[in-house]
Design a protein around this ligand. Structure first.
Ligand SMILES: [Zn+2]
Length: 279
């Protein structure tokens, strides 16, 4: 009996529903520093899709029906409750789906290093340069291109193992420093560094901490960053395909040995690249 009533109620509920059937699947919780996918499916192709997440709102190129995915992420410092809004537009109607996503705390390992004091605190004369570098990098990572240049399955940039994972909380001579915003991958000097996905070169430069650096904009708020390169093989504004060489492994900037620092950013927030690399 109860089942029958429930079934009737469900039917009434569905009759009252909008015309187009729309399925959106988002996780209810993710760990801080983790990227995640939102899957959506609709029987009728919408004219537009908009996503609102972490104070950013952007349009997504429509690839439905059949289904498509949007890649989002939760920054290391975004612990707490966050609302995800997905808005779909057709000629006659629009539908909005909202989700409450809990960004959980996640324990990342600590690393304690003792270094000579002059290596820990940069000299006064480079403070301005460091601030300028930071601003340039932040602004490159903040570009939001509506087009999506990338395909799923990001490719590894070098074949080497991880020497320092994402999220590690570093302490230099007992003082906490910012958490590791990428992964360090082993590789001998000169190893070609390959683009993890197709994208446009939005920044190349030689920075105090990162040394020779390349940043790619993959579109849809996704960026990848390659640091400590011995050489840069691309110019700003050019497009590179997945697997194309952007530079070579080195130890420029603040590095104690040759390695690639790889960062992956979603809407300007660093996420763990290892979730996305196909290796
Ligand atoms: Zn690193």
């Amino acid at each position: 009996m109860i089942r029958k009533i429930l079934f009737s109620l469900l039917l009434i509920f569905f009759w009252a529903m909008p015309v187009y059937a729309l399925d959106v699947l988002a996780p209810s919780e993710v760990g801080r520093g983790e990227p995640f996918w939102v899957d959506m499916r609709s029987d009728e192709r919408p004219l537009g899709i908009k996503v609102g997440w972490m104070d950013r709102e952007f349009a997504v190129p429509v690839e439905l029906p059949g289904g498509q995915r949007v890649l989002l992420g939760a920054g290391l410092d975004k612990k707490g409750e966050h609302e995800l809004r997905m808005i779909f537009y057709w000629d006659e109607e629009s539908q909005e789906k909202t989700f409450n996503i809990t960004v959980k705390d996640k324990d990342y390992p600590e690393q304690h290093l003792s270094l000579p004091e002059e290596m820990v605190t940069p000299p006064q004369e480079v403070h301005e340069r460091i601030a300028r570098d930071r601003e340039q990098i932040r602004s490159a990572l903040g570009t939001l291109t509506t087009d999506r240049y990338w395909e799923e399955d990001f490719r590894e940039p070098v074949p080497g193992d991880v020497s320092s994972p994402f999220g590690v909380q570093r302490f230099l001579n007992g003082q906490p420093r910012s958490a590791h915003q990428g992964v360090d991958l082993r590789g001998p000097e000169g190893t070609p560094v390959k683009a993890i996905a197709r994208g446009r070169v939005v920044l190349t430069g030689d920075f105090y901490y990162g040394g020779k650096t390349v940043i790619l904009d993959h579109g849809q708020g996704i960026h990848s960053l390659y640091m400590h390169l011995s050489s840069i093989d691309v110019r700003e504004d050019v497009f590179v395909s997945q697997g194309e060489t952007v530079g070579e492994v080195g130890m420029t900037g603040r590095a104690t040995g040759p390695h690639l620092h790889l960062g992956v950013y979603v809407l300007g927030d660093a996420v763990d690249p290892m979730y996305l690399l196909d290796r």
